[in-house]
Design a protein around this ligand. Structure first.
Ligand code: AMP
Ligand code: MG
Length: 356
């Protein structure tokens, strides 16, 4: 069934009367069981009332997402957390103090008010308290609990601009709040607190080092960077191929000079076969490249800029109908771990390591 999708521009830095009106309207849609896409500090989210099983069902349908892949519940305060979890372990309190509101999701044992539809049948629930002003105002207007995965069709890169949300969600949801471009550009870090030592299930902007500083130590789910692991990832969503551009993406990793030589060689071969070739590279290398579409993620040192531009570039290659893509690899320290994790998934784990 085709739904009429209303798009409203709302500026986070200028929350005037019109913005308040739009957010009140969006909140009413959510309370009524409808869906609204909205900006957060990580990527655009596709929101529904987390305590309404029918809303969660609609989210899965709109995204074409398998319903065993649980949703993250977004809240704005610690009182709300107490209502939806069985208990808050000491580690959860410490992490909330350090990183909430912000781009960190924690997994707790769920309380009875959270429907199984929202948690994909699990007895645990993923919770995040975002810092984005529009997201927070919307969650409050909706009654305090908003289930929200990224606002893309399942398998496409997460949207960092409202125009990409519209591309995927027009006719499928009631409203899109257009808050402009997103600050971080990668999804939240997910930490499981329900199973022994706190464990990173998905790397993100809050890095392993930052979590270790607060907790003393933290484990990392082995499946995160190892594409060949036979173990099932603990975050059900991590098992699906994700973030995939239409073009065939390969990562070339190694010393910068060797990488750019190899990328140019491969690009040339593909061009001769009639392919349309795209390249993602760092500022330091970019002027050496020859291809149909060349995109610079910024300096190799500037991980934040790489995180912010990656999904946008994958989407742009789709628009440009690029058929073959080569990307440099990015370091795996800090947010580099999150960037490489997403890039590897986008590439279906196709990576060529060049010996130093
Ligand atoms: P997205 O909503 O697109 O950011 O994806 C949410 C991610 O959180 C998926 O990878 C889910 O599998 C994961 N997730 C949500 N709830 C849980 C949970 N209770 N236990 C483990 N992983 C979860
Ligand atoms: Mg997603």
């Amino acid at each position: 069934m085709e739904i009429k999708t209303k798009i409203v521009v709302v500026d986070e830095s200028e929350m005037d009367e019109a913005a308040e009106k739009a957010i009140a309207e969006a909140g009413a849609i959510l309370k009524d069981g409808g869906l609204v896409a909205f900006p957060t500090e990580t990527v655009y989210g596709l929101g529904g009332d987390a305590l309404n099983p029918q809303s969660s069902g609609k989210i899965y349908a709109a995204k074409g997402r398998p319903s065993d892949n649980p949703l993250i519940v977004h809240i704005t305060n610690m009182k709300a957390l107490e209502k939806i979890v069985k208990e808050i372990p000491e580690t959860g309190k410490k992490l909330a103090d350090a990183f909430w509101p912000g781009p960190l999701t924690m997994i707790f044992q769920k309380s009875d008010i959270v429907p199984e539809e929202t948690t994909g049948g699990l007895e645990t629930v993923a919770v995040r308290m975002p810092s984005h002003r529009i997201a927070r105002a919307l969650i409050d207007a909706a009654g305090g609990y908003v289930a929200a995965p990224s606002a893309n069709i399942s398998g496409k890169p997460s949207p960092t601009l409202a125009k990409y949300v519209a591309e995927d969600m027009m006719g499928r949801i009631e409203m899109i709040l257009d808050g402009g471009s997103i600050g971080i550009g990668l999804e939240s870090t997910i930490v499981d607190l329900t199973d022994g030592e706190p464990t990173i299930l998905r790397p993100g902007y809050i890095t392993e080092e930052m979590l270790t500083q607060v907790l003393g130590s933290v484990a990392v789910d082995r499946t995160i960077l190892d594409g060949n692991s036979r173990q099932a990832p603990k975050a059900p969503g991590m098992k699906y191929r994700h973030y995939a551009p239409k073009g065939d993406l390969t990562i070339i990793d190694g010393a910068p000079e060797a990488v750019r030589t190899q990328i140019n060689r491969l690009a040339q071969q593909q061009k001769e076969k009639g392919e349309k070739v795209g390249i993602i590279g760092t500022k330091e290398n970019i002027r050496y490249y020859k291809a149909d579409s060349i995109k610079s993620v910024g300096s190799r040192e500037d991980e934040e800029s790489i995180a912010k531009t990656l999904y946008q570039f994958l989407r742009e290659f789709d628009d440009e109908e690029v058929t073959v893509i080569y990307s440099e690899g990015f370091s795996t320290a800090g947010i580099g771990q999150a960037i490489m994790n997403r890039l590897l998934k986008a590439a279906g784990h196709k990576i060529i390591y060049l010996d130093e």
